[in-house]
Write a protein that binds this ligand. Structure first.
Ligand code: IPM
Ligand code: MG
Length: 370
């Protein structure tokens, strides 16, 4: 049996707490011989800055390069508000994405039946929701140059960020979206601002071309990103796969998260290009939520987005799709039994801590394997 090499990067805030619940699953799966893992841990974000004055070291990057999958918690917090911009905690995350070429960010927003009441939207709007946001992750305004603040000398300063997309970047993310759609509802909605932005004009043009050349069997629709955000809240079930750029994807996926009840429910996978020789791709798995410093260390965090991210690692990197299905079923079962962390708590449900939630998922997973 293959041994899967995992690099765990818990990071800051609630990162370590939610990661502990994944470690609980890893240890059990390994002890049962269902799959074999070797795990290493590293520092990222503020934790790395405190230790090394860098948001991630070259040594940790080298270990990330060598891993079959990176499991990432969260970074950032007010403690590091005044560190130099290039060393801020988020820079560690952005370096991992960029240097490993993780251009395709998959953010599935699934509303578990048991959680339909936790959403701020009506049950009929969100119940049964299953959409996939495909966010471009290594381009656009996050990385475009120039990216500066200059002093204009007249008491004014100028802040510049640059939105750049080349054809190949749009083509490869479009292909990821169309390929996923073929395995799901066979529909892609591309979101950009072709009415204001040149990069949006190119985005629409290239997505349309890729569709016409390679994916005419898939239904393609375009929506302006602002109106797409509105439609996401109005009638999200019209969507199957949404493909969008780095910044719009950041915004739209936070909106989509709330459809599922809580930001604490949304996992993500960040994937690189498939290596033609090995058939493997670099990959990192992280919850969409942040480090939530306000609740860190209190056992209040919802570990399900982190656990679901580990589930995505099983599915997309480790060829353990059956086990991933069971992890999903175990989470659904725990929710169906009424267990809730504070973020998804509602009347008549049982409030549990981070570790009680993790334990309950493991108990269900054990039952599924009995
Ligand atoms: C996300 C986060 C990050 C982003 C931050 C932490 C840099 O919001 O993954 O959505 O903006 O991409
Ligand atoms: Mg975000």
């Amino acid at each position: 049996m293959a041994t899967h090499k995992l690099l765990l990067l818990p990071g800051d805030g609630i990162g370590p707490e939610v990661m502990a619940e994944v470690v609980r699953l890893i240890d059990w799966i390994d002890a049962q011989g269902i799959a074999h893992f070797t795990t290493e841990s590293g520092l990222v974000g503020g934790a790395a800055y405190d230790a090394d004055q860098l948001p991630i070291t070259d040594a940790t990057m080298a270990r990330a390069e060598a891993a079959d999958a990176i499991i990432f918690g969260a970074v950032g917090g007010p403690k590091w508000d005044s560190v130099p911009y290039e060393h801020r905690p988020e820079a560690g995350l952005l370096r991992l994405r960029k240097d490993l070429g993780l251009f395709a960010n998959l953010r599935p927003a699934v509303c578990y039946p048991a959680l339909a009441e936790s959403s701020s939207l009506k049950r009929e709007v969100v119940e049964g929701l299953d959409i996939m946001i495909v966010r471009e992750l290594t381009g656009g305004v996050y990385f475009g140059e120039p990216k500066t603040i200059t002093d204009l000398g007249n008491g004014q300063k100028r802040g510049i960020d640059t939105q750049i997309y080349d054809t190949y970047e749009i083509e490869r993310i479009a292909r990821v979206a169309f390929d996923l759609a073929r395995k799901r509802g066979n529909k892609v909605t591309s979101m950009e601002k072709h009415n204001v932005m040149k990069s949006g004009v190119l985005w629409k043009e290239v997505v349309t071309q890729v569709h016409g050349r390679e994916y005419t069997d898939v239904k393609l629709e375009h929506q302006l990103a602002d109106s797409g955000g509105m439609q996401l809240v109005k009638w999200p079930k019209q969507f199957d796969v949404i493909v969008t750029d780095n910044l719009f994807g950041d915004l739209l996926s936070d909106i989509a998260a709330m459809l599922t009840g809580s930001l604490g429910m949304l996992p993500s996978a960040s994937l690189g290009e498939v290596n033609a020789n090995t058939g493997k791709r670099k990959a990192m798995y992280e919850p969409v939520h942040g480090s939530a410093p306000d609740i860190a260390g209190q056992g209040k965090a919802n570990p399900l987005a982190m656990i679901a991210s580990f589930g995505m690692a099983l599915r997309y990197s480790l060829e353990l799709g059956d086990l991933a299905d069971k992890v999903d079923q175990a989470m659904a079962a725990v929710l169906a039994k009424g267990l809730r962390t504070a973020d998804v708590m509602s009347d008549g449900m049982t409030a549990v801590s981070t570790s009680q939630m993790g334990e309950a998922v493991l108990t269900e997973l054990k039952a599924l394997h009995a």
